[in-house]
Design a protein around this ligand. Sequence first.
Ligand code: S3P
Length: 445
Amino acid sequence: MNHISSASPLTARRSTALKGCVRVPGDKSISHRALILSALAVGESRVTGLLEGEDVINTAKAMRAMGSRVERTGEGAWSVHGVGVGGFREPEAAFDFGNSGTGCRLVMGAVAGCPIVAAFDGDASLRSRPMKRVLDPLERMGAKVKIIADGGRLPLTLQGARDPIPIVYEPPAASAQLKSAVLLAALSAPGETIVLEKEATRDHTEKMLVHYGAQLSVTPHGAHGRRVALKGQPELSAASVRVPSDPSSAAFPMAAALIVPGSDIVLEGVMTNPLRTGLFTTLREMGASIEMLDVRNEGGEEVADIRVRASQLRGVEVPPERAPSMIDEYPILAVIASFASGTTRMRGLHELRVKESDRLAATADMLRVNGADVSIEGDDLIVNGKGAVAGGGMVKTHMDHRLAMSALVMGLGAQKGVAVDDASFIATSFPDFTGLMRRMGAELA
Ligand code: S3P
């Protein structure tokens, strides 16, 4: 699905206590991987709880274009007939990944391991993001970049390797996308590919590869890292995947409940994989009332119902080594920090500069235009919370879904509300955000 909707401004007004029990959509990272691994497996895989946002739908289209049968059988329910490792056929047209760095980079990895040529493109946001970092290891594995825009960006054409080479790879950044692209290419390579991560990043690709039958081992590497070793050329077998709710989407209603006085909500079935829940740890340190109810295992991931109550929060220091486990949550944490008392220093945020927007600069602008006290020092974001936010600003969202949702949540607690220039990109990851928030009592119009 290309992003066809035109800019749609939206305003959040100061709201009264939020209440209710809601379920946020399926995890975006797992949804992309479920489609790609199902397309590479032999037989029919069934996926339930799939996030049906624009980003994931674009990955489904790419899998179809390479010969896999991908069908929607019900709400969030999808059937995927895979072609087997190395079995992708050459797509006729260029892929359009819209706004999605994850879809684009993971599929580059999958293409790199097959003897086909594929062209990759996306929207203006995706065209501005670095691709060389993912192409470098894929070229080492034998893929060739045929055409590429200036600065190593989209649009580009990639020729996959006829005889992929296994490598030992140390990602230059803490990035699950880089790791995953290499592991997907490595599926077609003979022998063992090893990824040495200095900082552990989300491990969904590793867990899901094992679920589909690959031989993969994960061992500690250094103080915070992991060594991932994958044996190439497995036969992946079709599997069932139940996608849990996305903790990165849950962060928005959670934040709203914390800052709107009197709120008391429950978020159902949220994934609590420790490589994704740095925000929960941070919020607890700030004094947030967050209770995990009915912690259980669903489809290989730990999930819980999470009760969140409005809380008096204090500023904290967030260490840089926590960044990979909450990399998408800094804009909303900055919003929460502006309602807390005291200083929150978020350290080591260089990777935020290469997200759907330059999230470091855009987050600071979002707070500033609403009267909050914020600064950037090197790679650190510093928010001096005053217990309340004036609001009244118009936030530029730069085609970035998480900025739009963060700004709107800010408006639910701010004295004069907050407006955003364009809420349409929220559809990439959380299509019913407005409806779900309204059902809890949020004033969005
Ligand atoms: C993702 C990894 C992260 C994250 C993105 C999803 C993934 O990106 O920001 O939203 O599913 O692998 P990086 O790997 O670039 O940090």
